[in-house]
Structure formats: C-alpha cells, structure tokens
Ligand binder design. Structure first.
Ligand SMILES: [Mg+2]
Length: 450
C-alpha cells in the first residue's frame, strides 16, 4: 500500500487492511432441515477475517467449490470484478447457487474489512424493518385446517402469509383432474429419492426425476370444474379463519396448463390473493402476458431466474410482482439492480428465501436498501434451531413478523455455530469446513469467445 492510501485509511475505522486483503481458502458445511438442504460457505483471507455465504436450497456445494481456483489470491473487496469473472459458471434455478453464495461472502468480507454494513454500501436504507411473509406448506386437504395453521402464524405477529393451492390438495379425489392415463402417479405417490445404489434403484430415481421435469404445457393436466370447486372452497375456508384483510399469496399450483391456471385465477379473484406464483415456467414470457391480462390477481414469478436480464422480458410482459432469490440471481448487487429495474416498470419486489440466517440476512440488507421491496419469505418458523445456526444476531431474528437489520459490518453475523450445525449434516456428509484442496487448481480455459 502506498503512503497516500495508508493516509486515507487512517480516517476509516477498518477491521483489516482492505487493499492488502487476499482470499486464501473456501470451505463449506452442508446442512439439512433448516428447512431444506443447503451449503453454508466460508471464504477465508490472509488477515483473519472470514466471509459468510450460502449455496441455495437444494443445490450442490460443487457449484461454489468449482469457483475456488478462480478466486484464490484475489482481493474480495473487488466484488463486481470477481462476480463478472465467475458469473459464466452460474445458471437458472439451483445452478445460480454457487456464484451467488460467493457473491454474498464477498460483500460480507468487504463490509467487515471497511467496518460498514452491507445495506450502507448499497446506498442506505428505505426502512429500518423488513416485513416477513410466512410460508406455510399445505400438507392437509382441508382449508379450515390450513386456515388454523395460518392463524397461528398471525398470532406470532406475521402480517403477510403464503400458502399452497393446486394439484396437491385435490389429486387424491376422483374427478378433479383431467390427466393422460398414468401421468398423475408421480404426484400421487410422492416418491422419495431413496438411497439404493443398484442400477435398478438409480433408474427408479431417474423416473421420478423425469416426472418432475415435464414442463406444464406438456403434462396434459387440467382442473375439472369439480377440482376448481374444491380449490375455491379451500381458499374460502382459509379466508373464513384468517379474515379478509391479511395479504395471502398463493404458490404451488402444480404442473397444470396455462388455461387451468387462468380458470383458477378467475375463481379466486374475489379472495384478493396477494399474488399467484409460478403458474407456468418463467421462460414462457408470452404466456405470462396472456395470464396477467386474463385475471385481476397479481401474477408473480422470479425465484429461478439467474441475472437481471431474465427479468426484463417479464416486466415488459406486465407481471405484477417479481420474486427473485438472492441465491439464484447472482447475489446481493444483482438483486438490488433487479429491484430497481422492476421499480422503473411500476412492479413490486418480494424476495424468495428458504435457507439459513446467512441467506436471510443477505436478503434483509437488500430489502431495506431497495425502495419497491414488499415482503421477504421465511420458511423456518417451525425449525427450533434456525436462530442458533449463527451467533451475533438478535434471537429470535424474526420478531413480530419483522427483521431489524443491525448496524454491524458486513451481513452482521459474527460466526456460524459449529456445535449446532454439526447435528444437522446432510446424509453422507462426514464433517464441516473440511479441506477443499482438490479444488485449488481446478482449471479450464474460461474465455467464452475468441
Ligand atoms: Mg415458490
């Protein structure tokens, strides 16, 4: 560092010498049940400070580890430069998980190095508290029962709710779904992945894989009038328990046709849902235009879109709410850019999140620093060890349905509590923060042009 740089830093309360900070290592801890499977990420430096990130729920830690060789020796404060170097290795859905995890950890390191919270580096706050929406999986075929569960969330202070409404609630009732013969079996039996290692076991798993990867227009599934009656009754019963005033978003319709999505949307308009989510794959922009033009229910998508450019056609098509996940978009800065772009189109941003307090805090920093933010997802209200995964945050982190973002550097988290996560490792994982030397020299000629 030259004298001038040193002189300027004399006026900054840094926790390290940021100009000389270098990445020395990257390790993961793969956990399960908080509420799903995710990999916590640590990026280590030559000055003792450690950055925290997280690979998205359901994604492989390999997506992050394969980036290690591209980052060793670099200054983590060069967030955007390093992001542009690795962004070619991200993709939609879970494939964005590695790049995004790294990006989060770089922001945490930059914040810790300079002693500044992430939200401040994004331009400061629009609000002090982040409104949380509480997701509640509908595993019971009764609207009254689901209503009671949602009411319990309201009693905890939540001011915004989400539930499932679709194929799952009616598939076991005859006469509710038009389906090509046998095509519902995969949904009815909810086959588990299983652990067998024979070729027959692997073939069974692949058959399940295929069922879940047929896109909506190709399944041939449609709701019957009886099916629609049942779904309408379901949400009517929920509203009788929770009342008419609290926002209630709807997710997981099942892999049904666009036309069935429109018919369901029209049926439930009178219950004023906050939004209808992922009715069809987000890639079908023109079908999203048809869907939104056919109903007054706000149409929402976005949790599987990598990078800002994936959102632009949907905003132009007229969707009402975007729903990015920081662990797919490419991370903190990309999500802030996506939110600002949506605001230019008059569209609100909710944020999808289904992981540990690390992902949650990253989302919370973006949420306070983005004007059109509406609500942040929380999926772990029933996970009693969720708050204990990290140290240095208020407990419980979600209080009366809101998160207050602390003024501490970076994401605001002190550390991961190893004793807690060690009891919740993914199947087959034998330890946490184990050496990752095998990724130190991973190599390909990365340039995508000549
Ligand atoms: Mg969803």
């Amino acid at each position: 560092m030259n004298d001038l740089a040193q002189l300027s830093l004399n006026h900054v309360n840094t926790l390290s010498r940021p100009s000389d900070l270098r990445i020395t290592d990257m390790r993961v801890a793969e956990i399960e049940g908080a509420p799903f499977r995710s990999a916590l990420l640590k990026i280590y430096t030559n000055q003792g400070i450690v950055g925290l990130g997280e690979v998205r729920d359901g994604a492989s830690a390999t997506y992050a580890l394969m980036l290690k060789s591209r980052l060793l020796g670099e200054n983590p404060c060069d967030i955007d430069r390093l992001f542009r170097r690795i962004k070619q290795f991200g993709g939609h859905g879970r494939q964005g998980g590695g790049v995004s995890a790294v990006e989060l950890a770089l922001w945490d390191l930059a914040g810790k190095a300079y002693g500044v919270p992430v939200y401040q580096m994004l331009g400061g706050k629009f609000r002090d508290k982040v409104r949380i929406y509480c997701d509640t999986d509908a595993t019971v075929p009764s609207g009254l029962e689901t209503g009671k569960r949602l009411k319990e969330r309201m009693d905890l202070g939540f001011t915004f709710l989400k539930m499932d409404l679709g194929l799952m609630q009616i598939v076991d009732t005859p006469g509710t779904v038009v389906a090509p013969g046998g095509s519902l079996n995969g949904y009815r039996s909810h086959p588990e992945h299983g652990t067998g290692t024979s070729l027959a076991d692997r073939r069974r798993r692949n058959a399940t894989y295929d069922v879940h990867n047929v896109r909506h227009p190709f399944t041939g599934l449609n709701f019957t009038e009886r099916g629609l009656d049942m779904l309408e009754q379901y949400i009517a019963e929920v509203r009788t328990v929770i009342g008419d005033e609290i926002p209630l978003a709807i997710d997981h319709l099942g892999h049904i046709s666009l036309q069935s999505g429109i018919r369901l949307a029209k049926r439930i308009e009178k219950y004023a849902p906050a939004w209808l989510e992922d009715v069809i794959p987000w890639q079908y922009t023109d079908q999203y235009r048809q869907l939104q033009q056919a109903t007054t229910v706000p149409i929402c998508t976005g949790e599987d879109i990598y990078l800002k450019e994936g959102f632009e056609p949907l905003l132009k098509a007229g969707i009402s709410v975007i729903h990015p996940d920081l662990l797919t978009t490419g991370g903190i800065l990309e999500t802030k850019k996506i939110g600002d772009m949506a605001q230019d189109h008059g569209v609100a941003m909710a944020i999808h999140m289904a992981e540990s307090p690390i992902a949650c805090m990253a989302a919370a920093h973006v949420a306070v620093a983005t004007e059109n933010f509406m609500a942040l997802e929380y999926h772990s209200v029933d996970v009693d060890w969720w708050d204990d995964i990290v140290s240095g945050l208020p407990k419980p982190l979600v209080t009366d349905g809101f998160i207050t973002v602390p003024d501490k550097p970076g994401l605001g988290i002190d550390d991961v509590v190893d004793e807690v996560i060690a009891g919740h490792l993914q199947r087959g994982v034998t330890g946490i923060w184990q050496p990752t030397d095998r990724w130190d020299d991973e190599y390909s000629w990365d340039r995508t042009w000549s």
